[in-house]
Design a protein around this ligand. Structure first.
Ligand SMILES: [Zn+2]
Length: 300
């Protein structure tokens, strides 16, 4: 499933040439991906003729501001891809569910074999209506995340985005100390921390030297600081390599190019292979039906 670094890779790529373009028309061939709307026509009417003003990201959501104040929101789900096509003559890949025709030129296609992803248009809240922002996100001291939540109420429930929300280690500590659940569960709960899934939660916990099953409120100050730093470092590094593309999944950027961060994974997908730090074999377990990889020696 695409996580924060993969979604950020897509955002950065689209920001280069989608901003300033107009959505001339949209063709929806599978209504399931626009399921929040009454009909595909309802979705289309809200975006056709609109110009894209910006490309942002919050957690695993892409947010495109349109010139009428609405936002086109995309969640890639398990297997979603946004692919650019220079010309309509380029054949549409199988499982293309939405096709945007752009002015002056080009198309953007939403492809999703498993159809867990979705697209919707968010209409700004009416004047005087206050948006209830997640109590965790309200701890942010700065960054762009709060602005996105105010403009797109459907995303106001999202927890802290480790890169978009500025949160110092001390406020991060307050979040951890309020939870008794295992670290892996806290890190992958989108309402607490937005953007992490299986791969990056495991990689971050390894980098911080912490086991997946440590109760969040059991960490020492030093451990919290290490976890806070590892979160930023692992995600920033993964973005640098264009995210992770696994053998059984299909993440590619809008040009169809896979990421390469999988070559740098320390634990994820490495069950039975020696730890790069200590040579002990990496183990795999299941936490709340999620595969979890860790080094029994390096992570305490
Ligand atoms: Zn180890």
């Amino acid at each position: 499933m695409p996580e924060l670094p993969e979604v950020e890779t897509v955002r950065a790529s689209l920001a280069r040439d989608l901003i300033g373009k107009k959505i001339k028309s949209a063709t929806v061939t599978n209504g399931r991906v626009v399921r929040r709307h009454k009909s595909a026509k309802d979705f289309r009417t809200l975006i056709e003729g609109r110009t894209v003003k910006s490309a942002e990201r919050l957690g695993k959501y892409l947010v495109f501001a349109l010139d009428n104040g609405h936002h086109l929101v995309v969640h890639l789900g398990m297997s979603g891809q946004l692919l650019r096509a220079k010309s309509p003559k380029i054949p549409k890949p199988k499982h293309t569910h939405v096709d945007f025709t752009l002015t002056p030129a080009g198309e953007l296609r939403y492809v999703d074999p498993r159809t867990f992803g979705e697209l919707f248009v968010s209409v700004p809240p009416e004047e005087g209506v206050t948006v209830e922002i997640s109590k965790f996100a309200r701890l942010a001291m700065g960054g762009d995340g709060l602005g996105v939540r105010r403009r797109v109420p459907e995303l106001a429930h999202l927890g802290i985005d480790p890169l978009e929300d500025q949160i110092g280690w001390d406020r991060f500590a307050a979040i951890l100390r309020s939870r008794t659940t295992p670290l892996k569960v806290v890190l992958t709960d989108q309402d607490i921390i937005a953007g992490l899934g299986n791969i990056y939660a495991d990689e971050i916990l390894f980098a911080a030297g912490l086991r997946y099953d440590r109760p969040a409120d059991s960490l020492s100050t030093i451990e919290i600081r290490r976890l806070h730093r590892s979160m930023t470092e692992v995600l920033t590094e993964a973005i640098k390599y264009g995210g992770s593309t696994l053998a059984d999944e299909q993440f590619v950027d809008p040009d169809g190019k896979p990421g390469t961060y999988q070559n740098y994974h320390q634990v994820y997908g490495r069950e039975g292979q020696p730890c790069f730090q200590c040579r002990r074999l990496i183990e795999r377990t299941v936490v709340r039906s999620r595969a979890t990889f860790y080094c029994p020696n390096c992570q305490a």
